[in-house]
Design a protein around this ligand. Structure first.
Ligand SMILES: Nc1ncnc2c1ncn2[C@@H]1O[C@H](COP(=O)(O)OP(=O)(O)OP(=O)(O)O)[C@@H](O)[C@H]1O
Length: 676
């Protein structure tokens, strides 16, 4: 009967208690075809399985034999069996309220049972969703209730594989999964559930600091705060957000209420620790530590404070009890090491291997029992992301940007590499009656938040942003991401593009490349391990003529506007300087220059007025000529005829299908990323 005895490590009886496991778990138990119950049992947290009387009776009787066949009971046709030591007889459980009677000898004969907090009233109404989520482990009713409310009927892939190991195994987790694949809840659910469990064990209210979650941007911290509050809505787990740019006093007040989870940016968290904040001093006994977007967090600019926090954490005696979560879409992306790490490691090679990279994280975070889940796609980007590019001169970038924005409505983010570029594009687009929302790191925090709020309200809004919006932001239904400039690293490209095509939706990323940026594009493709070019986004030349006329006028207006602004600034500066040192501004030279300035301004204003009038006329006309839909246009890459589509994703799809057809016929390469 027992065929696989030797494949199972003996588990000491003192550690063994029953767990109901349905569905597959991922771990190291390769011998069991992905069924990782054993790994879980080896590492499980004993507090998780405090038994009620009924459970004890059940477990004792069920384990009253030397062989316990988890697998057979799940899959009757399988003949593989698993040997476990029998459970020792137990004393009666003392906290009955905590142990829900989900084990039922009749319904689950022979199943191990995991105990969890009870909330009977929700059981029925959520049973369907519960069943699906229970495939990966038993979540509390309160969490199931939240998931139901959020309409999250299934765990995502990263949640499915990592939650059981986090919850049962209490392992440190290194998780790499595509953008928009639900990594937040992959660490959020286990943490909230574990704290909920501890709290219900302790009957009294707890003022412990259980978890700190660090993120690279303030907006991301706030988003995670909102997300975790939603999942913890029906639990008594309390969560606070501590970020820079907001009043410290207010945040200190929040910390006085001793939240169980603190989410924040490393700068502000470290500042408050240094200021001796009482609650944050409990950091040394932290149970769950998360560094989201970890690869970004170890880059210059964030690393200093994170390192301080890590030093404090790792110097504690309780380090071994801490569970660490390290997540990013680009965690395992092999890239050039930052210079300071290279120096530290005295490494000549610019590239770190994937293993080296993971080992760096493991030692940096003092992980003792790490499990790696790398489910990132081969192409590095989200599964449903369509990608395209446009190669053009620097001067033409504005034309193509406007072309896309005006022809393809839908929520769009345009990424620029600098604040200056964001400001300049914002001015040009405003003259074209497109009012983009602006976001960059030099804006006041409250304006940053307002920008994001505004962006989320209008389904056709356009956000012009620097890198600050690249990571983690989860804004629903973003149709396009336009890279106005080529991002300087593969990671930046993946994260920027990842603002669209989230949570199983389709999205499109378009790169605008000028000749000077080709080298960056090639580097980026290399980092992403690609050897095929991206498809060229089809541009209808019949529309381009109108686009050029409009954009040229808008740029001329912008240039005049800029000159006038500069002159005004200059005049104000001179006046202020004269006032400051008490000089009267009435010399002949000064009045002559003043006269010249006034004259120039008058002329500029007049020209501006004329140009605005001309532009107004153009803007009042249709940009897409009549009957355009009925006539196809040739695309520059192949001279094939393409139909003008009003949906950008459909445009790329139809292009891809014709490329595919050609490839079938032995023609050119197919550019679309391959599924792995
Ligand atoms: N199980 C689920 N079912 C449906 N939607 C989900 C599920 N889990 C998370 N989501 C939703 O998917 C979206 C993306 O999740 P999340 O922001 O956690 O992605 P991410 O993997 O962290 O992305 P990024 O790498 O860009 O930070 C969110 O809107 C989230 O609410």
């Amino acid at each position: 009967m027992v065929k696989n005895k030797q494949t199972v490590k003996k588990i000491s009886s003192s550690k063994w208690k029953p767990v109901e496991i349905s569905g597959n778990l991922i771990g190291e138990a390769g011998d069991f075809d992905g069924f990782a119950g054993l790994e879980v049992l080896e590492n499980y947290d004993s507090s998780f399985l405090r038994n009620s009387k009924q459970n004890l009776e059940f477990s004792s009787s069920e384990l009253d034999g030397d062989v316990f066949d988890i697998r057979k009971r799940k899959h009757d046709s399988d003949d593989e069996e698993i040997t476990l030591e029998k459970a020792p007889p137990k004393k009666k459980a003392n906290k009955k309220k905590h142990a829900e009677e989900i084990n039922d000898n009749e319904h689950f004969p022979g199943k191990f049972v995991l105990l969890k907090p009870s909330n009977e009233e929700n059981v029925e109404e959520n049973s369907e969703i519960r069943n699906v989520w229970n495939e990966i482990g038993v979540l509390s009713d309160e969490i199931i209730k939240s998931l139901t409310e959020m309409n999250f009927t299934n765990p995502t892939e990263i949640q499915r594989v990592s939650i059981p190991v986090s919850v049962y195994g209490k392992c440190d987790i290194l998780g790499a999964a595509p953008t928009g694949s639900g990594k937040t809840l992959a660490f959020g659910i286990p943490i909230v559930q574990s704290i909920q469990r501890i709290l219900s064990d302790n009957e009294e209210e707890s003022d412990e600091l259980f978890s700190i979650i660090l993120t690279p941007t303030r907006e991301l911290a706030q988003q995670i705060h909102k997300h975790l509050k939603a999942i913890a809505k029906y639990t008594n787990v309390t969560i606070a957000c501590i970020i820079g740019g907001l009043a410290t006093v207010k945040q200190e007040r929040i910390l006085k209420s001793n939240p169980h989870i603190v989410i924040g940016t490393p700068g502000r968290v470290w500042e408050l620790i240094q200021d001796g904040n009482e609650h944050l001093q409990k950091l040394k006994t932290l149970k769950y530590f998360v560094v989201d977007e970890t690869d970004r967090m170890i880059e210059k600019g964030h690393f200093a404070e994170l390192q301080e926090i890590l030093q404090m954490l790792n110097s504690s005696d309780d380090t071994q009890k801490r569970q660490n979560f390290v997540f990013s879409a680009t965690l395992t992306m092999v890239h050039e090491l930052p210079e300071y790490l290279r120096k530290k490691k005295k490494q000549k090679s610019l590239k770190a291997s994937k293993d080296q990279r993971l080992n760096d994280f493991i030692s940096m975070f003092g992980m003792k029992n790490p499990k790696v889940f790398d489910i990132s796609s081969q192409s590095g980007v989200a599964e449903k992301l369509f990608e395209a590019r446009i190669l053009c001169s620097l001067d033409e970038k504005d034309f193509y940007l406007y072309y896309i924005l005006v022809n393809y409505p839908g929520r769009t983010i345009v990424f620029c590499n600098s604040i200056e570029c964001v400001k300049r594009n914002s001015s040009v687009l405003s003259h074209l009656n497109i009012t983009p929302i602006v976001l960059h790191g030099k804006m006041e925090q409250k304006h940053r938040l307002k920008s994001l709020e505004k962006f989320q309200k209008d389904e056709n809004s356009i956000l012009l942003s620097t890198q600050v919006a690249a990571r983690g932001l989860d804004i629903p239904n973003i149709q396009h991401v336009i890279h106005y400039q080529v991002p300087t690293t593969g990671e930046d490209y993946v994260h920027r593009s990842g603002r669209t095509a989230r949570a199983d939706k389709e999205g499109l990323s378009i790169l605008l490349i000028e000749p000077g940026e080709v080298k960056f594009f090639v580097k980026l493709q290399k980092t992403l391990g690609r050897n095929e070019d991206l498809p060229i986004f089809p541009i209808d030349p019949r529309i381009m003529k109108n686009v050029r006329d409009r954009v040229r006028l808008a740029r001329e207006i912008e240039a005049l506007d800029l000159q006038v602004r500069r002159q005004n600034d200059n005049r104000n500066w001179k006046k202020k300087a004269a006032d400051d040192i008490g000089i009267l501004d009435d010399s002949d030279d000064d009045s002559e220059s003043e006269l010249r300035t006034n004259q120039f301004q008058k002329q500029s204003n007049l020209m501006m007025k004329q140009k605005k009038l001309a532009l107004g006329k153009l803007l009042a006309m249709e940009i897409v000529p009549n009957n355009i839909e009925s006539l196809k246009f040739p695309i520059s890459s192949s001279n094939d005829l393409v139909k003008f589509e009003t949906n950008s994703i459909e445009t790329v799809k139809s292009l891809l299908s014709s490329e595919k057809q050609k490839k079938k016929n032995g023609g050119i390469k197919l550019f679309r990323k391959k599924k792995h």
